[in-house]
Design a protein around this ligand. Structure first.
Ligand SMILES: Cc1ncc(COP(=O)(O)O)c(C=O)c1O
Length: 423
């Protein structure tokens, strides 16, 4: 086997051979930093900015007429974006819509599927991003179910990952919904959506997923895998900007369900403006829209989806896997005092890598001050996301060498290790 070459020149050679190198010209990173935080907030891109500026200009030129006269009309932004997001997540166009935020979409979809199920329990896992549990507990309480009974939390054996077998052991005939992430926000473990869906269906339960950490970087086959529903945001790997509109998917077999959180934007559009007292849901996933589409937080997604489509989600995944593999090899080679908390098998890994060290908080801050933007997830994770859209091998090399220098100089000791973490 070839010896792994950890040199900067080898990183440059890898960049020169990369098929996606041209993409990065479309993005700008703050103060030319090495930006490894694209799984929290993707960077500014010219395509997103141009799409947003177009919408602002339409507001100026057309005012209220833009709802129908803008190109594309603002009125059906959610559906139009949904049609394009369907390709990114492996769904039919009618099964997806851009709407709301991730948390709101968890509320409405978990609520809807709880109402539709025979069981009364929702199976989640202890390593989930907490907003998911907040929303699900509230939906259980709203149905008179005590979350202490109704929320079944699968535990992790190693503190990093959740085994599919452990999920299977937690599901029974009283399960209404199995709700899991596609990728764990801390360790980066990629779940087997198809296997988890099968487990849920064996018990007549529904399977739903939070795709926040995979959409735009890992291809999915939601329809083919018979996933019942899914939610995601577009401000991470989809680069649509801070607070950008969320997205959701509902399998077409469930188009007859009534949304738990109805609103006029999810009304059948043919009669929406008759403003009838009764709610008639749209006949597809667009029924889960709630209020007026937030035009300026949706418009950038038109631009960034152009980039996703031009690069191709499979090619983005190939590049992402190569970058995370390279990152893990560099950590092994250059940072013996750190451990990799992310599964090493590519098929069990999302787009980011957890580098573990007891002083991760201080290391992250020291690194940021040296121009490498990473984030800290308590208690001990430096989270590094080489987004395939704008990160190259030399950037990864710089991030690891940056950590090497901080550790060698004990520079992190200047930073009090308080917990500091943002989404
Ligand atoms: C897995 C996961 N779900 C949800 C969220 C946040 O939800 P929202 O988009 O509603 O803020 C995050 C934020 O980082 C997340 O990592």
């Amino acid at each position: 086997m070839d010896e792994f070459d950890a040199s900067q020149s080898a990183a440059r050679m890898r960049d020169a051979e990369s098929s996606l190198t041209g993409l990065r010209e479309r993005f700008s990173t703050p103060a030319d930093a090495v930006y490894m935080d694209g799984n929290s907030l993707g960077v500014h891109g010219e395509d997103a900015a141009a799409a947003l500026e177009r919408a602002v200009e339409q507001w100026r030129e057309l005012g209220i007429e833009a709802w129908t006269a803008a190109d594309p009309p603002w009125f059906d932004y959610g559906e139009r974006l949904g049609d394009r997001l369907a390709d990114v997540v492996g769904a039919k166009p009618a099964e997806c819509v851009a709407a709301n935020s991730t948390t709101v979409n968890i509320h409405t979809l978990v609520g809807t599927f709880l109402d539709a199920a025979d069981g009364e329990r929702v199976v989640v896992n202890e390593l989930d991003f907490p907003t998911d549990h907040y929303a699900i507990r509230a939906q259980l309480r709203a149905r008179g179910i005590d979350p202490a009974e109704g929320l079944v939390v699968v535990e992790s054996e190693d503190g990093h990952t959740i085994e599919t077998d452990a999920i299977a052991a937690a599901v029974d005939d009283d399960t209404a919904v199995v709700f899991m992430p596609s990728v764990l926000y801390r360790s980066g473990q990629l779940f087997d959506l198809e296997a988890i869906t099968e487990i849920a269906h064996e018990h007549d339960a529904f399977a739903g997923f939070d795709l926040a950490h995979s959409v735009g970087v890992v291809p999915h086959d939601l329809h083919f895998d018979e996933v019942d529903f899914a939610v995601w945001c577009s401000y991470k790997y989809l680069n649509a900007g801070p607070g950008a509109i969320g997205g959701l998917y509902v399998h077409e077999n469930h188009f007859d369900l009534d949304p738990a959180l109805p609103g006029w934007w999810g009304h059948d559009s043919a009669t929406q403006f008759e403003l009838r007292p009764e709610f008639t849901p749209a006949a597809d996933a667009s029924a889960y829209q709630i209020g007026t589409v937030p035009v300026f937080s949706a418009a950038p997604l038109f631009g960034t989806l152009d980039v996703v489509e031009a690069a191709g989600i499979d090619e983005l995944r190939r590049h992402s896997v190569a970058l995370t593999r390279y990152l893990i090899s560099l950590v092994d080679e250059r940072l013996p005092e750190c451990t990799v908390g992310t599964p090493r098998e590519a098929e069990r890994r999302g787009g980011h890598v957890a580098i573990e060290h007891p002083e991760a908080g201080a290391l992250s801050r020291a690194l940021r001050d040296r121009g490498v933007v990473v984030d800290y997830r308590p208690p001990d994770v430096v989270r590094v996301a080489p987004s395939p859209y704008y990160v190259g091998y030399e950037d990864v090399w710089r991030a690891v060498e940056g950590l090497r220098v901080v550790l060698d100089e004990d520079a992190h000791l200047d930073y009090a290790d308080e917990s500091e973490s943002v989404t």
